[in-house]
Ligand binder design. Sequence first.
Ligand SMILES: [Mg+2]
Length: 322
Amino acid sequence: MTDIKEMVVIVKWSGKEFPLTDLTDQDTVEVLRHEIFRKTQVRPERQKLLNLKYKGKPAADNIKLCLLEMKPNFKVMMVGSTEADIEDACSLPEDIGEVIDDFDDAEEREESVENSAVYLAKVQRRVRDYKIVELSSAREGKKLLVLDIDYTLFDHRSPAEQGTELMRPYLHEFLASAYQDYDIVIWSATSMRWIEEKMRLLGVASNENYKILFYLDSNAMISVHVPERGVVDVKPLGVIWGLYKQYSSKNTIMFDDIRRNFMMNPKSGLKIRPFRQAHLNRQSDKELLKLSTYLRQIALYCKDFNQLNHRKWEHYDPKKNS
Ligand SMILES: [Mg+2]
């Protein structure tokens, strides 16, 4: 197996230095650009990386960093920042939940990504460095439910007088029901500040009928290279499994409206129908109600969640699948 070395690269841009601490020498220039984007909000196509050379020429996106002969703490000079770049950098982070395109037919590739040593090394780094703040205690014998927020529990884009109008119907009933069998984690591709605000707004943080174990934000995600899509951020359950040994693919299920978020653990993910246009769908959306039943049944009847096919959750029959 290839030896994977962690590396720190420092980006100098606009008079400031941004250390990138999430790279390995097996990552490509494209991944480096993605990490620069995460830190500076300057889009990859706008980044001019002056001293990043391969064989005397500007290093192409597909070149691995180990080929670039960078010294430890190498400083990459980024220039060409326009007014628009600076404006970008000052605005709120782009909401990843807004990304509509997704890949639905990617099982084979998902399998290979799941086992890639480079990504597993990144997961290990999250296990080591990401600080989880527990809001309640894990309970013995419980399974684990991991929930996305945007378009899964909440429509963050529709106009409304009050935040609660954007809440997916049956949210509190759903969480209270799930809490009987599952410890509950919320994982959103936004910042911790936004997650805490949304959960307060929806009354999730203070509900008497259930507790949330902890929140995870975008910093717990890892970037993964997908040939036809470029670099994307995904939610690897290994970050949780590495820290909480009682949970594994046997007893964990994750809901998200974007399938690629499951890429590191495709079998544990259930792609929920996105909750959009809350003002139109508030009366008719019963997704969480139906999913409550599914969660209950698999908790009662399924010893190993690896045997389930969450794509067919609506047709789950305990007698056939136990
Ligand atoms: Mg979402």
